[in-house]
Ligand binder design. Structure first.
Ligand SMILES: *[C@@H]1O[C@H](CO)[C@@H](O)[C@H](O)[C@H]1NC(C)=O
Ligand SMILES: *[C@@H]1O[C@H](CO)[C@@H](O)[C@H](O)[C@H]1NC(C)=O
Ligand SMILES: *[C@@H]1O[C@H](CO)[C@@H](O)[C@H](O)[C@H]1NC(C)=O
Ligand SMILES: *[C@@H]1O[C@H](CO)[C@@H](O)[C@H](O)[C@H]1NC(C)=O
Ligand SMILES: *[C@@H]1O[C@H](CO)[C@@H](O)[C@H](O)[C@H]1NC(C)=O
Length: 662
């Protein structure tokens, strides 16, 4: 009650002192809306009107309608320009928003009382950014901001919907923070120059700060509750090295045998393999050493080349499979498979905020986030970092300061339905831009079959998540982004050897797969999906998935994801997941790049157009399914399917193919 009362007094003050009130003639239209908070989040207190939030406006970019044409130029095997990747500058110039877009949005801000001197702009003119009081942002966007609280205690600033003037809808992609729950907004930690605020308002600001300071020491992606973490199996007392046991224990030698990949021998400059981890997920050097002693003795003591992004740390305080399993699995297998080539670990997010996929993209691409002349020293323009909360990272947000690797493997995923379509489209286009620059981006497809993380599906009436016993299939993101390579999981059947065909994973985890509710079908999938629907039409209607045959299907490829022997917290145990298959596939792509670089060719970059045009370089998987949502899910069949994609790597065939390209 007290907060409301003071709010009203302050709102009246704010209007009285505002020099240039909003034009009353501008007609606003709803730009984005979310019906209810994501699972486990609930709406908490209304934000204090004098608190400050960092507002970012993502401007509509030019030439995006040509994105597929451009990517095919550099990534389609029939293109004369295959492998001729673009520079960062060429990418930024091609997609920079039109001057008219920049001008009209700036004009709106100015006429709404945001002085141009407060507005920062990205080098590529992609984003406008300024700090605003909650009262200002609420008036600008005709919305109300609340603090949302996660079950685990994490806080987030959001609103249910927001509006912008109707003449700007074509010019603005998204505004943050608003309805999105992926962005990690620290806190309304700095007030602008409101030195003359009445004491009750200042006291409420202090209260809000104390409230925010109670956040637990982690974000969500990479936390011990992240459902994209690998699943733990039995403890292994004696890790067996023979190929006879690959149906119960997967070792690097099993993978090399399954995919006919020789131990790597080449190490090329600038060809490190990128592996992304999100804090507080962390590796322990002792685990790596334990693993290497068993499987690759010459690597004992070797560490990944670690890049700490946005105040990241490799925490050792909390140790358990859920805190260490993902990093151990990814690093132990990738480092062994590609040795003597190095692995680069991109560790993202501090212990307070955690990180999001966008934080990582910001670090790689200055044109996605930097502001004229780099990050401003002005605290009114700085973004989420520095974070002044206790224990928070107080350096500047990483922004175009991190050199990308040729291949990036990420074993984390969320659901498409966690985020808004506009947000996902914008992030997906960022992967397209990395593809143009020759980077291969691989994501795990999820471990819950046609269901989303934790096995949740979508209630067809309310759109909310349910317990997974019924409902609409729940595809994963970024798995459905057409500019990444989505990796599903397979298994060696009980009693089978590495010489017999694998099946889709049906042990502990089911390969994430299905059809997007956001992204249209890319041209490279046209023929594969037409064949799939013609020969193997799935037994479900539009009440389960978008069966229009015009949307993106996933995964693209797969690799073994069952029974990986991993050293975690000082013991060997089994791990399961597309978390395992993704770095395995990425390791083989890294080895192919080494051969191409050695032959004075460019790295392969975006893989999908070449793989879909040459499905013979993958071992087709035709057994198994990916159950979920109370159904058997989809079934692995001859040709591409939404369980195992085109199949698992046939390394010699893949190598020959990519070496034959310019
Ligand atoms: C590695 O990449 C960096 C950045 O693109 C470049 O400046 C450098 O010349 C490259 N080094 C080699 C050996 O190719
Ligand atoms: C992590 O460890 C710290 C210190 O031991 C403890 O206070 C905290 O509760 C742990 N966090 C979780 C999520 O277990
Ligand atoms: C899941 O939800 C359905 C429908 O509400 C209910 O009938 C079923 O008992 C629930 N199952 C579990 C395991 O909670
Ligand atoms: C395969 O082996 C596992 C582990 O021994 C066992 O749990 C599972 O039931 C077996 N599956 C089949 C199909 O035999
Ligand atoms: C399926 O996707 C198509 C193409 O994006 C879209 O037009 C259609 O509305 C979607 N169907 C459903 C039921 O969402």
């Amino acid at each position: 009650m007290r907060i409301e009362a003071v709010f009203q007094i302050f709102a009246a003050l704010a209007v009285a002192v505002n020099a240039s009130p909003l034009s009353l003639t501008t007609r606003h239209v709803v730009h984005e809306r979310r019906s209810e908070p994501p699972p486990r989040w609930s709406r908490h207190t209304r934000l204090h009107p004098a608190a400050t939030i960092p507002v970012r406006i993502g401007l509509a970019q030019q030439n995006l309608h040509r994105a597929e044409e451009f990517i095919n130029e550099v990534a389609h095997p029939d293109s004369p320009d295959y492998g001729k990747h673009w520079s960062k500058e060429k990418v930024a110039d091609m997609f920079a928003p039109a001057p008219e877009t920049v001008d009209s949005v700036k004009e709106w801000l100015h006429s709404s009382g945001i002085d141009p001197s407060r507005i920062g702009m990205s080098r590529s003119r992609n984003w406008l950014k300024f700090d605003a009081t909650v009262a200002e942002a609420e008036r600008l966007l005709k919305t109300e901001y609340h603090l949302y609280r996660h079950e685990m205690g994490h806080n987030h600033i959001a609103c249910e919907s927001y509006s912008i003037p109707d003449h700007l809808t074509e010019h603005v992609d998204i505004v943050t923070p608003t309805v999105h729950f992926d962005t990690r907004i620290g806190s309304p930690r700095k007030t602008m120059k409101h030195k003359n605020l009445p004491e009750p308002v200042l006291e409420l600001n202090r209260m809000a700060k104390r409230d925010l300071a109670t956040r637990p020491l982690h974000g969500l992606l990479g936390s011990e509750l992240d459902a994209s973490n690998p699943k733990q199996g039995a403890e292994i007392k004696n890790a067996l090295m023979t190929l006879a046991n690959c149906d119960t224990m997967i070792t690097p030698a099993c993978l090399q045998a399954l995919y006919d990949a020789p131990p790597n021998t080449l190490s090329m400059p600038n060809n490190s393999l990128g592996v992304v981890e999100y804090t507080p997920q962390a590796f322990l050097q002792g685990d790596l050493n334990m693993y290497f002693k068993q499987f690759s003795p010459s690597q004992d003591g070797v560490s990944p080349d670690t890049h700490l992004i946005d105040g990241a740390s490799i925490q050792t305080k909390n140790q358990s499979f859920n805190f260490n399993g993902e990093s151990a699995l990814d690093l132990e297998f990738a480092m062994t498979l590609i040795f003597p080539q190095q692995v680069t670990l991109f560790q993202v997010g501090d212990l307070v905020n955690g990180g999001s996929f966008n934080n990582f993209l910001d670090a790689l691409d200055g044109s996605y986030c930097t502001f004229e002349g780099g990050d401003s020293k002005d605290p009114n323009i700085d973004g989420q970092y520095p974070d002044t909360m206790p224990g928070g990272f107080d350096g500047p947000e990483a922004c175009g300061t991190v050199q990308s690797t040729n291949v990036i493997s990420t074993s984390y995923s969320s659901n498409e339905a966690d985020l808004t379509a506009k947000y996902e489209q914008r992030q997906c286009l960022e992967y397209m831009k990395l593809g143009l620059q020759g980077v291969s981006i691989l994501y795990s497809s999820g471990d819950f079959g046609v269901a989303g993380n934790s096995g949740q599906c979508i209630n067809p009436v309310t759109g909310a998540y349910n317990n997974g016993s019924s409902g609409i299939f729940n595809p994963s993101f970024p798995g459905t982004c057409p500019y990444i390579t989505s990796v599903g999981a397979t298994q060696v059947l009980n009693g089978s050897t590495v010489r017999s065909p694998e099946s889709a994973s049906e042990r502990v985890i089911f390969s994430g797969g299905g059809f997007s509710n956001v992204f249209p079908m890319p041209s490279y999938q046209k023929s594969a999906l037409a064949t799939y629907f013609a020969n193997h039409a799935p037994p479900y209607g539009a009440d389960r998935f978008n069966n229009s045959q015009t949307v993106r299907g996933y995964p693209d490829v797969s690799a073994n994801g069952v029974n990986y022997v991993v050293a975690v917290d000082g013991q060997f145990s089994l791990a399961f997941g597309t978390s395992a298959s993704c770095p395995t596939f990425a390791s083989l792509v890294n080895m192919i790049n080494a051969q191409r670089i050695n032959a004075k060719k460019s790295p392969v970059g975006f893989l999908n157009p070449t793989l879909y045009a040459n499905p013979q370089v993958l071992n087709d998987i035709t057994v198994g399914g990916n159950q979920g949502c109370g159904t058997q899910g989809f079934t692995s069949v001859e040709g591409w399917d939404p369980v195992t994609g085109l199949g698992t790597p046939n390394y010699p065939a893949m190598l020959d193919l990519f070496m034959s390209l310019p």
